[in-house]
Each structure stands twice: as structure tokens, then as C-alpha cells.
Design a protein around this ligand. Sequence first.
Ligand SMILES: Cc1cc2nc3c(=O)[nH]c(=O)nc-3n(C[C@H](O)[C@H](O)[C@H](O)COP(=O)(O)OP(=O)(O)OC[C@H]3O[C@@H](n4cnc5c(N)ncnc54)[C@H](O)[C@@H]3O)c2cc1C
Length: 389
Amino acid sequence: MTVYERDRTPADRLQGYRVHIDPHGARALHDCLPPESWQAFLDTTGRGGQDFGFLTERLERLALLETPAAADPADGHHSVSRITLRQILLSGMEETVRFGKTFERYERRPDGRIELFFADGTSQTAAIVVAADGGNSRVRGQYLPHARRVDTGITTVAGKFPLTRGTRELVARRLTDGPNTVIPPKGLGMFCAPHDLDGTAPVGGIGVTEQDGARMDNAGSYVLWAVGAAQGRFPGDLSGMSGDQLKASVERLISSWHPDLRRMVAMSDPDTVSLLPIRTSIPIEPWRATTITLLGDAIHSMTPMRGIGANTALRDAHLLCQALTGGREPVEAIARYEDRMREYGFAAVRDSLRAAQQFVGDNKPARLGFKAFLRTAQRFPALKARVFS
Ligand SMILES: Cc1cc2nc3c(=O)[nH]c(=O)nc-3n(C[C@H](O)[C@H](O)[C@H](O)COP(=O)(O)OP(=O)(O)OC[C@H]3O[C@@H](n4cnc5c(N)ncnc54)[C@H](O)[C@@H]3O)c2cc1C
């Protein structure tokens, strides 16, 4: 097996924010990684809190969904830095991953093998091609040209509020205890989640910081925040804005919110603040299986509002690995994988789009209704358990 990666080096495309790994992602990592890499994952995750809060912009609690800690970490929830996760996934793969190889197109040869052409003028042949080249997948563009990825019209600005001994006390405890969705009156939304590394040290190069700057700091604790709005709601044209300007735009937008939420934004290093336009794929009808297949964002990119895109990609990798090593003929194995992947993958796309629309919902009665529903659910634990199960 060979992985062709367009980045020139492992540190080329480091992304600074944390990512939530759910039981699907954790199970996939547990089953696919060598034991020492799984252990390194467990040793370097940040405390992210198990319980999920719903708050108003005045920090009143609407509901808190308690998730008991899993007995087996492979069935649990984890907060991991993207940089650390990439280090874990790459460890021991030096012989397998070829950096600096930007895929451009493929051709099917008469013997059934597939010839891959790269931007550096070289080519390689393969019996099976797995496209894991992300939301703008070039493999998908050629293989399933009718599969589209569109802008949702929702824009998010994210940043990192540093968690130090001094800053921890400056915001409400709930904001550092676990993830929260803030539901303001209408048209806006905020998500925040702690990534608390207190006492966690890098293990054998995993968890170290590879690049300078607050954004790429892999060793500090922080609360990730993201404020979203329908396009046009943020003051000013966000494209091309610096971190400072983006931060100022968010500050204006949330100027009437609780001081602790405003403080998190105000105290974030501008270097950590970035613009994230929200896109989604559009689910397509099943296609006939061949020796080319796809996984992750390459086939079902989704909005980040449910925090399941990477988990679904890991679930795909796990399932595809089981299918291809299960003794079946490759096209039959791929067909079985794709049947299941399309079902949960496109369901995740639809759920995530709904969550994004709800996140910035502009319908005042619907928003009031949702808040009333959360308050009611909070008062009746049996109802809450049933609805959120
Ligand atoms: C703000 C935000 C927060 C998120 N939070 C979460 C979360 O908490 N939990 C979660 O599960 N998901 C989350 N997601 C979604 C998650 O980031 C993606 O679903 C996930 O990264 C998809 O993984 P992937 O491997 O399919 O694609 P990618 O991570 O995009 O990886 C694609 C790889 O292919 C390479 N590549 C691309 N084109 C080529 C080419 N032509 N030739 C060679 N190589 C190529 C790229 O360099 C890259 O290494 C979030 C997304 C965003 C935007």
C-alpha cells in the first residue's frame, strides 16, 4: 500500500484546533492503530468534558446532557489536537506515505489497473484506489463528476481562548468544564469546547509543537470558540481580513452577550482567529462499485456543526479495511463497504446540515420553541434521556 500526499512534509498543513473524537472514531483508531499508537493517543488527549451544555447568550443554562464516562476508552469521547492526531496517524508510516505527490487525474488501463498521474509529471499504477483527498477531492471530480459540494451560506469565525492558571478564573466554570452550544435570540450561534492539557506531556514526539505561533501551539490548554452567522450578518467583508479584524467583527456582533463570552473572544490571540466558511456535499444516488472507492470528506463532506466529519472518515477507514481484508473479491468488498458508508455517511451529511441551519436559525418562533423545549427536557430527566439518546 502507498499513500500519495500533496503536502511536501508532515508539518506542511498543520491545523491548530482540537477535534472531538466520538465512539465511532475512537473504536476505529483502537482497532486500526498499532497498540503503542493507540496508547500515545490516550496519553496525549486533552480533557474536553463529557457533558454537553446548551446555554443562552446570557449564560443561563437551558439543558445539560450528561454522558457517563465509558468503561472502555475505545467507546469513549476524546478531545485531540489535530496536530497530535496527525502525528499519531503518521507514526510508523514513513515507508508508506509519499509526500509532495499531488494527484491530478487517473486512467484505467486495459489490464484493469489504474494509472495515477501527479503534478510533478510522474505516474504510478495501482490495483485499487482509495480517494481520501478531502472535500475538494480530485478523484471524486473525475470518478463521480455529478457529486457536488456547495457553500451553505453560513460563515464561522473561530479562535482559541488560552486556559492558564490566571485566565481560568475569568470565565464561568461551565465554559471550561465541557463543550457548549450558545443559543442567542436568532441568526447567530456559538460553540465552545475546552481542550485542557493540564499535566499531559508529549510522548516520544507525539504531542509536541512543530511550528511557532499561538495558533500552532500544541502544548497549551485553551477553549476553542466558534461564532457562526448567515452570510452578511458579520460586520464587514470577512474575506481577506486579518485575525485582528475578524476578532473585532465578532466582538461587534456579540457586544450585548455575557461578559465571559465576550472576554473569551477579546483575550484570544489574533493569530488563533480564522475564518471558516461552511460547506457541505450533496448526497448522491448509489453508483456501481469498481476498484476505485472514496472515504471521508472526499465523498461525504459535511458541516462541522455536529463534530462528526473526522469520526465518519475514521469509521469509513475501519469498515473499508475490514471489507478489503475479509477474503472477498475486491469489487464485492468495496460494494459492501459503499452500501453501508453511503447510508451512515449521507445521513451524517443531512444531520450536520440541519444542525448548521439550526445553529444560525433566523426564525424567532422556532428558536424560542427550541429553547423552551430544552428547558422542559432539562426538568424531566426521562424525557431528556429519550430525546437525546
Ligand atoms: C471548524 C471545523 C471543526 C471540525 N470539528 C470536527 C470535530 O470536532 N469532530 C469531527 O469528527 N470532525 C470535525 N470536523 C470535520 C473534519 O475536520 C473533517 O471531516 C476531516 O478532516 C475529514 O478528513 P479527511 O481525511 O476525509 O480529509 P482531510 O482532513 O481534508 O484530508 C485530506 C488529505 O488529502 C490531501 N490531498 C488533498 N488533495 C490532494 C491531491 N490532489 N493529491 C494528494 N493529496 C491530496 C490533503 O493534503 C490532506 O492531507 C471539523 C471541521 C471544521 C472545518
